[in-house]
Design a protein around this ligand. Sequence first.
Ligand code: TRP
Length: 434
Amino acid sequence: MTTTRFLTGITPSGTPHLGNYAGMMRPAIAATRTPGVENFYFLADYHALIKCQEPERVHRSTLEIAASWLAAGLDPERVTFYRQSDIPEIPELTWFLTCVTGKGLLNRAHAYKAVQDKNAEAGRDSDDGVSAGLFMYPVLMAADILAFNAHQVPVGRDQIQHIEMARDIAASFNHLYGAHFTLPEAAIEDKVATLLGLDGRKMSKSYDNTIPLFCPPAQLKKLIGSIVTDSRAPGEPKEVEGSALFQLYQAFATPDEAAAMRRAYADGIAWGDAKQMLFECIDREIAPMRARYDDLMAHPEKVEAALQRGAERARAIARPLLQQLRTAVGLRPLSATLAQGTATPKAGKAALPTFKQYREADGKFYFKLVAADGRLLLQSTGFAAPRDAGQTIARLQKEAGALQALAPLLAPVAGVGADEVSAALQALAEAANA
Ligand code: TRP
């Protein structure tokens, strides 16, 4: 069975609000419980530097966002949850990709063009305030995705173009250097509820009309009290359509509760009573998370430890892939070339893992797979005949799914993930076909 790998980045800017939670975090966390999927969620802190050059804010926001996701129920055992800047393979891959990306492709990126258009409107130079970081953003984002060969990338509509660019960039690289990358697809969440804010417009930082997700209960109550309503008195019927208050209630209530509130509106519930019900309904869901959030904010080392574990798991995949890519683009140790006095394929082989066969004192035949740096990647169980060991090796090298199918004949090696072994086998298969 193949699992689908989902990957998405969260740029740590600002503090999450109820709209972020109901529209994005809650459905994303629910999606991680789907069987047959693997999830990679990361804090895109390199991306944050494009927009924010206040070090304290970047730092604070990274902690707040990480703590929010963990408090809201993201399970770091189930999801590979990490911080982009802990993965040095990402900037390395960014450079490899930069060199196969046409500048013209980046000229067409919406994010960059939007700034240019604003400059034109204001009569400024078109590149005014445009950093090379903003221009390169789509390449960094492609590296985020391709470093893990993700299949599906859940994003909002505004990000579709970036996923298409990641596909284009991956295809250019594959064309030049061989089929290293899966072409990713955008997974668009169309049903996302965008909540309305305090003033009835879309809840958004830029309108300054948000309710912070984990503000203290007293502040939550106060903010709910400030949601704009009209002057209709208690007893006068009210409509739910366009009511920010009702819409928020619906996002947190059970369907039965929402239906009851709809009737209460028609029956002329007082705004004050409706607001009290809204407060209780939101607080019921948020209170346990708020307690976890406050604990994590008081113990940032817990958040750090979770992210470090995530980074280890992520790097177990990205590291061997980058090793393979370095070889593919021609960045190889020179020693082998000099010793052979010749061509590149030999140098390439120097970085490849090798299978070793041997016999043990128990009279059985074994093999192991050893990385170029001597690390043990895979260890077989004992075979009665050398032929059986040899055939198993051959299957591992030829069949894509063999690693799973042959698992009963293999003994696990502590600290080595299946992804790393797959990447090593793939590198061997590619070298054999080259
Ligand atoms: N740019 C995305 C945003 O602003 C965040 C992001 C960064 C991302 N890298 C990613 C999303 C990779 C998906 C995949 O929303």
